[in-house]
Design a protein around this ligand. Structure first.
Ligand code: 6PG
Length: 246
C-alpha cells in the first residue's frame, strides 16, 4: 500500500510528515510499548525533525518509548557538519527528552567502514533482541531520494545494491570516493512504514524514472524498494513532482 501526496513546499512537507510520524509513534507505542525509527540524512528531513521537536509535539509523543537509528551515515566524525547524526541531533534528538540509551548512531569514529557496518549490525541485533537470521522490523523508516535515484547510501551500480546477507554495509560514493555506511535493502523492505521525503527540481527526473519509468534498478536503486508489508507515504514537494504524469 502506498500513497503519494504532492505538497506545496518543505513547510507543508514537514507539517504533514511530523503529523504522520506522530500517529505512527502513538500507534506503535500503544500496541507494542515502543517505536523503532530509522532516520534519513541529507538536507530534506531537517525541517520535519525541527517541527517534531517543536512545542506542538512535545507532549504528544511518548519520547521515552521511542528508539532512534540511522538508515545511513557518512564516514565522518559525529560532530562533523556532514554527519547525518549531527543534523538529526541538532534539529531533534538533543531537543526532546529521549533517553540517551535509545539513540543508536552509526559509530563512524572507526577507520574501517565495513567494521563500522558490522558493528551496527550487532547494535541492531541487540536493540531488536534478534535471534540469528532474524531481521529488524522498523515501525518507521525515513528515506530520501537522491538526484541519481539512490536511497540511503545505496547508489546506482554500487556493490551495496546486491548485499543481502548483512543488515548494514559500507559503500563508496561513485563521484567522490567517500565512504558511507548504509542499511541494506533486506532491512528497508522489512519496515512497516516507509516515509519518503523528496524535494527539489533536481529530483524530478529521477523521481519520474523511479515511480513511472521502466524497471532499471541498477540505474535507479529506489526501484529496489519492495516493502514486504505495511504502508509507504511519499511526500513530494511540487517542483520534484514536475515530471510525474500520475
Ligand atoms: C544522505 C541521505 C541520502 C539523502 C538523499 C537526498 O546521507 O545524504 O541519507 O540518501 O536522503 O541523498 O538528500 P537531500 O535531502 O539532501 O536532497
Amino acid at each position: 500500500m502506498s500513497e503519494r501526496i504532492i505538497v506545496a513546499d518543505v513547510e507543508e512537507m514537514s507539517q504533514r510528515g511530523a503529523n504522520h510520524m506522530a500517529e505512527i509513534i502513538e500507534r506503535a507505542v500503544q500496541e507494542r510499548k515502543k517505536c523503532m525509527i530509522a532516520l534519513s540524512g541529507g538536507k530534506t528531513p531537517r525541517k520535519l525533525y525541527e517541527r517534531l521537536a517543536s512545542k506542538e509535539f512535545e507532549s504528544r509523543i511518548p519520547w521515552e518509548s521511542t528508539y532512534w537509528f540511522f538508515g545511513d551515515e557518512r564516514h565522518v566524525p559525529p560532530d562533523h557538519d556532514d554527519s547525518n547524526y549531527k543534523m538529526a541531533s541538532d534539529s531533534l534528538l538533543s531537543k526532546v527528552p529521549i533517553p540517551t540509551g535509545n539513540i543508536h548512531r552509526i559509530m563512524t569514529e572507526r577507520p574501517d567502514p565495513q567494521a563500522i557496518a558490522l558493528k551496527y549490525e550487532l547494535t541492531l541485533m541487540k536493540a531488536f533482541n534478534l535471534a540469528p537470521g532474524e531481521l529488524p522490523v522498523f515501525d518507521l523508516m525515513f528515506l530520501g531520494v537522491g538526484a541519481d535515484g539512490h536511497i540511503a547510501s545505496l547508489f546506482p551500480h554500487s556493490e551495496a545494491l546486491h548485499v543481502t546477507t548483512q543488515m548494514a554495509t559500507a559503500n563508496k560514493i561513485p563521484e567522490t570516493e567517500n565512504w558511507r555506511i548504509t542499511m541494506t535493502f533486506p532491512i528497508i523492505n522489512e519496515a512497516k512504514q516507509l516515509l519518503f521525503l523528496v524535494a527539489g527540481e533536481d529530483k524530478a527526473e529521477a523521481l519520474r524514472q523511479v515511480l513511472e519509468g521502466p524497471s532499471n534498478p541498477q540505474e535507479f536503486p529506489a526501484q529496489l524498494v519492495r516493502q514486504k508489508r505495511g504502508f509507504q507515504l511519499w511526500l513530494i514537494e511540487k517542483s520534484a513532482s514536475a515530471l510525474l504524469t500520475q
